[in-house]
Write a protein that binds this ligand. Structure first.
Ligand SMILES: NC(=O)C1=CN([C@@H]2O[C@H](COP(=O)(O)OP(=O)(O)OC[C@H]3O[C@@H](n4cnc5c(N)ncnc54)[C@H](O)[C@@H]3O)[C@@H](O)[C@H]2O)[C@@H](O)CC1
Ligand SMILES: [K+]
Length: 479
């Protein structure tokens, strides 16, 4: 798992590192690594380093200092470097001296446009981890003129470092070079960060605040049958979804569970005939009470929010097995919290709200700080909360948070959530820790979306069919 640390934790670690390293050493490590990455970027995008033109946008703190020092290193490789100083009086003094000594130029913001027009690469050293709010107007005016690709120093300026929120003008980088550790912005604002490269500057950090599953974790977590396994030992998942009028949600959720693992899938609900017709391997019955034993339930898509849906939800919550409650099930919980009385306190629960369902569950919108929002809901409901959005945030009641950074936006299609609920259910039935089950499901879901889409629109059915390919590719990359 990739660890992610809040800016507060980074600052503490930097404080400890400062105390045991010579003055300026951390910035030297950071800016040298940055210069190497900028040179690589120039090479990749223009075919050369020497003779290229780099423009630095320099703010008033150490982020600008990193950019200035990196400019000095790039001068040694024959790059023409011009620093545009947004606040000349506050520019990092030693960095500025170093750049000038190395033959670089520094100009005020008013002279910026002509240099920006000639740049091969623009480096964003406007603001780093001390950022608050979006770009100030003077910086925003210059950034708007940039047509060359941007390499961001530490993070794209204008994006909130701890929440990834953007509420005004912000830098859209092609590459972000960060130092010491990943910060939340790198997982939560992937579109603004572009490619993220981490330069080691020797920070020592303990338990991360957030995590991002990488494919090694997903491959290790995904259930693989052994020689002694049979269809029961790999987990039996029950799907309670769909209705006679809307059987689609049932077909998608149940089909997704079929494709996710080689355990058994039971279906209970009014779409039994349609589900059986689409997936002959599923044992389908009309009611949850007739479904037989399962090791986990996935409940909700298309069950409606009326009394019948409530009864179904109450029944599955009372079975003493893990439950993934999605779609209509979250709305039922929001409107009738007493259904949760049926749940034994030890029964793991996964809730999968989108922003609207979150608002129903919590009485307020998730807001820009989606990590805190998911954590609060996880605490309130003593459940794993998978908050859907461009980046999916998965919070456990014990405080663990995983971020799933998407692979494109094709997943935003009708029925996509039904597929996710089937995946979560199958993994719960296989015995995975509910937080890991939800995070691994989100990961494979987004990969299946990318595979199904291949840069063109896909459908939820396409997603279901791409699940084995997604699992195969994850396993093949790690075995
Ligand atoms: N502290 C360290 O040990 C290291 C810090 N490094 C660099 O230092 C950066 C942090 O530097 P600083 O703490 O000096 O602060 P920043 O450079 O992040 O910000 C400087 C100042 O900009 C102002 N500001 C805040 N939001 C703004 C906005 N939206 N638009 C314009 N100005 C805004 C604030 O007054 C802030 O203090 C890191 O991001 C990293 O790039 C690296 O050199 C590695 C070592
Ligand atoms: K920056």
């Amino acid at each position: 798992m990739q660890g992610i640390w809040t800016t507060e934790r980074i600052r503490e670690a930097e404080g400890r590192a400062f105390a045991v390293t010579p003055e300026g050493e951390l910035m030297r490590r950071a800016s040298f690594g940055l210069s190497v990455q900028i040179a690589d970027f120039l090479e990749d995008h223009t075919g050369s380093v020497s003779g290229r033109r780099v423009v630095l946008l320099v703010g008033s703190g150490d982020n600008g200092g990193d950019a200035l020092w990196a400019g000095a290193f790039l001068r040694r490789r024959g790059v023409a470097v011009t620093a545009i100083l947004l606040n000349p009086a506050k520019a990092h003094a030693k960095g500025l001296q170093a750049l000038k000594r190395a033959g670089g130029r520094a100009v005020p913001a008013a002279d910026g446009p002509q240099w920006i027009a000639k740049a091969d690469v623009v480096v964003d050293g406007i603001v780093g981890i001390s950022a608050s709010g979006s770009l100030r107007p003077d910086a925003a005016r210059l950034v708007e003129l940039v047509e060359a690709p941007i390499v961001a120093v530490d993070l794209p300026s204008g994006v909130d470092p701890d929440t990834g929120a953007v509420d005004g003008p912000a830098v859209q980088a092609a590459k972000t070079v960060t130092f010491g550790a990943l910060k939340p912005v790198h997982a939560l604002a992937p579109v603004h960060c572009g490619e993220v490269v981490l330069v080691d500057i020797g920070l020592e950090l303990s338990d991360p605040d957030l995590r991002r599953l990488d494919i090694v974790d997903v491959a290790a977590a995904w259930p693989v049958p052994g020689p002694d396994d049979d269809k029961y030992s790999q987990g039996v998942v029950g799907i309670a979804a769909g209705s006679a009028t809307y059987p689609g949600a049932a077909v998608l959720a149940a089909g997704s569970a079929v494709r996710a693992t080689s355990g058994l899938v039971r279906y209970a609900g009014h779409a039994a005939d349609v589900v059986r017709g689409q997936w002959p391997e599923i044992i389908a019955t009309g009611t949850v009470a007739d479904a037989g034993r399962v090791q986990a339930w996935s409940v909700g898509p298309g069950i409606g929010t009326g009394s019948e849906g409530r009864d179904v939800l109450r029944y599955v919550l009372g079975q003493g097995v893990p439950v993934c409650a999605d779609a209509d099930a979250t709305t039922i919980i929001a409107k009738n919290p007493d259904v949760l009385d049926a749940r034994d306190p030890d029964t793991p629960l996964v809730l999968t709200p989108h922003a609207g369902e979150y608002e129903r569950l919590m009485g307020h919108k998730p807001g820009p700080d989606r990590v805190t929002a998911a954590r609060e809901a996880a605490k309130k409901y003593d459940a794993v909360v998978l908050l859907k959005g461009h980046c999916t945030v998965i919070a456990a009641p014990d405080g663990r948070v995983a971020i799933n950074t998407p692979r494109g936006a094709w997943l935003a299609t009708a029925g996509s959530g039904d597929v996710l609920s089937g995946l979560v259910g199958a993994l719960l039935a296989a015995g995975l820790d509910p937080w890991l089950a939800a995070a691994a499901a989100a990961n494979v879901h987004s990969l299946a979306g990318a595979i199904a889409a291949q840069n063109a629109p896909t459908s939820a059915s396409g997603l279901v069919h791409a699940i084995p390919e997604a699992i195969r590719s994850i396993r093949s990359l790690t075995s």
